[in-house]
Every structure is written in structure tokens, then in C-alpha cells.
Design a protein around this ligand. Structure first.
Ligand code: ZN
Length: 133
């Protein structure tokens, strides 16, 4: 089976992820996505919240629930997009508020996506970027 994240042979793994991709944290996935967007001329504004709601170190916020992690601007292209980072295997792990936020963005003509590097590459291609990999 091929790893759904990096495409390498995942051997006989029961999950669609190889052993390496199963260990990727959301913070690592976000850094990889940030580098991808930056590498094609994006300015990455980070709105992600540092601590999990309900956690001991949960930071209070007045932000509307469901906002994406990253607001990425491409001034040279006249476009911007919202991005919600998910680690490999958790691409479907959006909350209801995140799904609704994404739908509202798309209804407003604002690109809005979620996932890791493979999903971010698909989004950039959809927006007309040429991604060679
Ligand atoms: Zn992999």
C-alpha cells in the first residue's frame, strides 16, 4: 500500500500512512505547509491557537470558533487563502465550526482549505500555481 501522504511504499501497514508520516505532528505539518506557501511567494500570517481548548495551559481567546490557522496572502497575484492545518491521517478532523467557516469562505469567493502539504499543493494548483513535485 502506498502512503497517502508522501506516496512511498508503506509496506503492509494497515493504515494508509507509512511509519514516518504517522509520527508527523500538527506543528510539523504546519511548518511544512508554511514553507510551501512561503516558497511560492506567500506571506503567512499565523492565527493558530497555542493550546488545546480544555487543556491545562489553554489560552483564552476571543476569536470566533472555526477560524483557520493561517491567512496566506499572495500580494503579487492578488489573492489570499485560509488554511487549517491537519496532520497526516487527521485531514478529516475538522470541527463543525471549521467546516462552516470554510464553506462561508468559498461562498464568498475566498479560497479555504485544510490538511497538510499534499492538500496545500492541490489548493495551489487549483489557484493556478505551477508546483513542480
Ligand atoms: Zn508517508
Amino acid at each position: 500500500m502506498r502512503c497517502s501522504h508522501c506516496g512511498t511504499d508503506a509496506g503492509r501497514a494497515r493504515t494508509p500512512l507509512c511509519a514516518g508520516c504517522r509520527k508527523i505532528t500538527e506543528a510539523q505539518a504546519q511548518e511544512a505547509v508554511r514553507q510551501l506557501f512561503t516558497g511560492v511567494g506567500g506571506v503567512v500570517n499565523n492565527l493558530s491557537q497555542g493550546h488545546r481548548p480544555g487543556g491545562r495551559r489553554h489560552a483564552t481567546t476571543r476569536q470566533t470558533k472555526g477560524l483557520g490557522d493561517l491567512w496566506v496572502q499572495f500580494p503579487g497575484r492578488g489573492l489570499a487563502l485560509w488554511w487549517e492545518t491537519k496532520r497526516p491521517g487527521n485531514e478529516e478532523g475538522q470541527t463543525l465550526e471549521q467546516i462552516q467557516f470554510q464553506r462561508r469562505n468559498e461562498a464568498c469567493g475566498v479560497p479555504s482549505g485544510c490538511g497538510g502539504v499534499p492538500e496545500a499543493i492541490a489548493m495551489l494548483r487549483r489557484l493556478g500555481f505551477t508546483i513542480l513535485r
